[in-house]
Design a protein around this ligand. Structure first.
Ligand code: 5GP
Ligand code: ZN
Length: 112
């Protein structure tokens, strides 16, 4: 198992497990870009959003539903941004699908 987020999902690398279901896990980003910056991953390995298929729609729904729960748990009542960086042009640096939930300050648009 050579994937950082697979190791985190398996508990081999300890993180604060903010929210967890059978299929997904949320934990704080190690380099937060906002007062709240949480990552949500599927426990199963998918290299990126582009590596998912139509049959993964339930999992993708679980990930978005988890983002809603994380935002509520973290008190993001003024809003938040959910981002999925995908591939090199998308700015993805860890090749295991993840959602960023960013909040606690106003977000700029467009992103860089
Ligand atoms: P990406 O750039 O792929 O969209 O996002 C990867 C994110 O993973 C980055 O925001 C980075 O700070 C975070 N990250 C990288 N390594 C670790 C780690 O070991 N632990 C945690 N909690 N986050 C990490
Ligand atoms: Zn993985």
């Amino acid at each position: 198992m050579d994937c950082l987020f697979c190791k985190i999902a398996a508990g081999a690398i300890p993180v604060t497990r903010l929210y967890e279901t059978e299929d997904v896990l949320a934990f704080p980003d190690i380099h937060p870009q906002a007062p709240v910056h949480t990552l949500i991953i599927p426990k199963a390995h998918h290299a990126s959003l582009a590596h998912t298929a139509a049959g993964d729609a339930p999992l993708l729904g679980h990930l978005l539903a988890a983002a809603v729960q994380v935002a509520k748990l973290q008190g993001l009542s003024h809003g938040y941004r959910v981002a999925i960086n995908t591939g090199s042009d998308g700015g993805q640096t860890v090749e295991h699908l993840h959602l960023h939930v960013l909040g606690g300050r106003p977000m700029g648009w467009p992103p860089g």
